[in-house]
Design a protein around this ligand. Structure first.
Ligand code: NAD
Length: 494
């Protein structure tokens, strides 16, 4: 059980300045100086982190390369890497509340969600890949008996990981855990506005016994540190979660450098489709609201397009508006808060710009404004926009805020056409009692995950990844290893 008094005590503590973790050491700012970490809870400076330079990034990459080449980690027996990773997971678990509170002060996610989705999810992910790595086998190919053909799985080398500000620990662990379990070295760049918890777990990694240079974290701007990683000739694989425009840049960096493989997890405009025969409308309303408004809508799989069958459209929208009135938006460190802060002023402004256009057409049913401005924090009301045409900007573009666009439909075929009518393909949901329809929809919708009569919740055992412009490759599940292990054939004449 989370304890409010303990959370308040932790939240009152000063946060020491962050430092890169390079070659097993904490390193403060070099020529780039420091950057302020602004808390979205009050708009005040929480602490500083180094504004990493190209040289810092290159130093981290060189240390990862050295660590990989001398085999200090890659050549350990998988069971030894497993033991160390399990120790790391234990240390993160022991520090889970501290990490959760630190993360909330840094990025604004409500504490109840952050505790589970951040440190505890990272712990589960690290344990999953640690436990898996000494159970992966190579192959013997069914060749002519005059040869023996072995298919080895070898670590790729140096992995660069660039992650966003929503759920840094969860998304970071999805990349770092399988990469390290497989024997690679990693250089990770957190988002400018969510670096602190990743720096802290990198310190815990050293404490657990992950050798120096194997896991490095360099903070700073994407256009400097991220670009240096993208253009490096010494990064073998780049894994990324973030926006489409930055994803495109990473592909360019790869083409301009060593053709490193680039795996992208990008945004979404996920359709949440409610048929009139949904099993329980009250449940559908509650889950749909949480599926878009929790974490102030800053969830890549958020159900930001709500498609409702016309027969129940008005009833559903009015129930949704009633539910929204029961949600408490505000201080994310308060356990009773159901939706926390928007991560940055820039993101808040972007959210409001999207809503303004809908407001001028009189389509905002509830919400649409910045609130609690007197706190200095970045808070926004959950917002419902109705009468949306599938081609409207608010139905086509990822807002990445607490804004849902409601679109009516009349038939299953129309629902599928609307659902598939964006450049994205990350997640979807279907609410229906009809099993056959549910399966037809799962087949027809182009998305990485289709929920049925629920929204969200898939754990580390299943892959997550997008189709179309939502990305390529998958995080989570055993399939994630494919990004971090090369296949190598040994063809042996007998
Ligand atoms: P962003 O693309 O702006 O930044 C992501 C990371 O890329 C940050 O670390 C940033 O510093 C870095 N970066 C920025 N410019 C760069 C450059 N030129 N070269 C290299 N790196 C650079 O995204 P964000 O605003 O932090 O996160 C929100 C986005 O992430 C949303 O679009 C959201 O949908 C997406 N997202 C996707 C998933 C998924 O799994 N598909 C999960 C979470 C978030």
């Amino acid at each position: 059980m989370l304890d409010q008094a303990r959370i308040d005590t932790l939240a009152a503590q000063d946060v020491r300045p962050g430092a890169h973790i390079i070659d097993g050491e904490r390193r403060g700012a070099s020529d780039g100086g420091e950057m302020d970490v602004i808390s979205p809870l009050n708009g005040k400076v929480l602490t500083t982190i180094p504004r990493g330079t190209r040289v810092d990034a290159e130093r981290a990459i060189a240390s990862a390369r050295r660590a990989f080449e001398d085999g200090r980690w890659a050549e350990l027996p998988p069971a030894a890497r497993k033991r160390t990773l399990l120790k790391w997971a234990d240390l993160i678990e022991a520090n889970a509340l501290e990490l959760a509170v630190l993360g909330v002060r840094d990025n604004g996610t409500e504490i109840g969600m952050a505790f589970k989705a951040e440190p505890l999810s990272a712990v589960a992910t690290i344990r999953y890949y640690a436990e898996a790595i000494d159970k992966l086998y190579g192959e013997i190919a069914p060749t002519d008996p005059s040869v023996l053909a072995l298919v080895h799985r070898a670590p790729v080398g140096v992995v660069g990981a660039i992650v966003p500000w929503n759920f840094p620990l969860m998304i970071g662990a999805w990349k770092v855990a399988p990469a390290l379990a497989a024997g690679n070295s990693v250089v990770l760049k957190p988002a400018e506005t969510a670096s602190l918890t990743l720096l802290r777990i990198a310190e815990l990694a050293l404490e657990a016994g992950i050798p120096p240079g194997v896991f490095n974290v360099v903070t700073g701007e994407g256009a400097v540190v991220g670009e240096a990683m993208g253009l490096s000739m010494d990064v073998d694989v780049l894994v990324f979660t973030g926006s489409g425009p930055v994803g495109r840049r990473l592909l360019e960096y790869s083409a301009k450098s060593n053709l490193k493989r680039v795996y992208l997890e990008l945004g979404g405009k996920s359709p949440n489709i409610v048929f009139a025969d949904a099993p329980d409308l009250t449940e559908a309303v509650k889950v749909s609201a949480n599926g878009i408004f929790r974490n102030a809508g800053q969830v890549c799989v958020a159900g930001s397009r709500l498609l409702v069958e016309r027969a129940i459209h008005d009833e559903f929208v009015s129930k949704l508006a009633e539910f929204v009135k029961t949600m408490s938006v505000g201080n994310p460190l308060d356990l009773s808060t159901s939706a926390g802060a928007v991560n940055s002023l820039r993101q808040l402004d972007q959210n409001l710009r999207f809503v303004d256009e809908a407001r001028s057409a009189g389509r905002v049913v509830i919400g649409g404004a910045r609130i609690l401005e007197e706190t200095g924090g970045y808070f926004m009301e959950p917002t419902i926009v109705t009468g949306v045409d599938p081609s409207d900007p608010i139905a086509q573009n990822e807002v990445f805020g607490p804004v849902v666009a409601v679109i009516p439909f009349d038939s299953e075929g129309e629902a599928v056409r609307i659902a598939n009518g964006t450049d994205y393909g990350l997640a979807a949901a279907v609410w229906t009692r009809d099993l056959s329809r549910a399966h037809r929809m799962i087949r027809a919708i182009r998305a990485g995950v289709v929920h049925v009569n629920t929204y969200g919740g898939p754990d580390v055992t299943v892959p997550i990844g997008g189709v179309k412009q939502s990305g390529n490759g998958h995080d989570k599940s055993l399939h994630a290893f494919d990004k971090y292990l090369d296949l190598k054939t040994a063809w042996i004449k007998l």
